[in-house]
Design a binder for this molecule. Structure first.
Ligand SMILES: [Zn+2]
Length: 183
């Protein structure tokens, strides 16, 4: 979905006089991720309102979005954040941007977004913890504590790593201590 969105915005940025949108592609794409990641309740309506708020935000309007999500959560903008290339309300570019963001497909897909990243993240943390402190071995209190701290450090260090790509350009999966290539 993120890829489809990027493609559409990139195509838009190549139209005549629509170049300004190029500065927004990354943050709009991040916004999509944030909508899912910040809505643990997976409330579809809330996710949709969060998503659509980007239409206001991009015009430098940060409140009055929806019923459930009324104000941007980024707080007061300071310094360079205030000098973004805001879109001018009522312009053709603004209109075209809104077409992409609030297309029928988007309105259908956004409420169905999965907040599953959190679940898989937690699962992989449990995997790491089990590696450092296997359940079948009884450790002393201090032994268990040290192992817990090691697991946390290891997990934090590795969580945001980019996915391993092998020589053929295929994505692989990193597991404890070694890289496993795609079968
Ligand atoms: Zn905002």
């Amino acid at each position: 979905m993120q890829i489809g969105l990027k493609k559409k915005l990139t195509a838009l940025s190549k139209e005549k006089d629509r170049g300004d949108i190029v500065h927004w592609i990354k943050s709009v794409s991040n916004h999509l991720y944030w909508v899912a990641a910040s809505t643990l309740s997976a409330d579809g309506q809330l996710m949709l309102e969060k998503w659509l708020s980007v239409q206001n935000h991009i015009q430098n309007v940060h409140q009055g979005h929806g019923d459930l999500f009324t104000i941007c959560s980024h707080g007061e903008l300071v310094g360079s954040e205030r000098k973004k290339l805001w879109l001018k309300p009522g312009t053709k570019l603004c209109e075209r941007f809104q077409d992409v963001v609030s297309s029928r497909q988007m309105k259908k897909d956004i409420p169905m977004l999965s907040t599953g990243q959190q679940t898989s993240c937690l699962e992989s943390y449990h995997g790491v913890f089990n590696h450092f402190a296997p359940k079948m071995i009884g450790f002393s209190y201090h032994g268990q504590l040290c192992r817990l701290l090691l697991a946390v450090m290891y997990f934090n260090e590795n969580t945001n790593r980019e996915q391993f790509i092998n020589q053929n350009g295929e994505a692989g999966f990193f597991t404890m201590g070694r890289n496993i290539e795609n079968p």
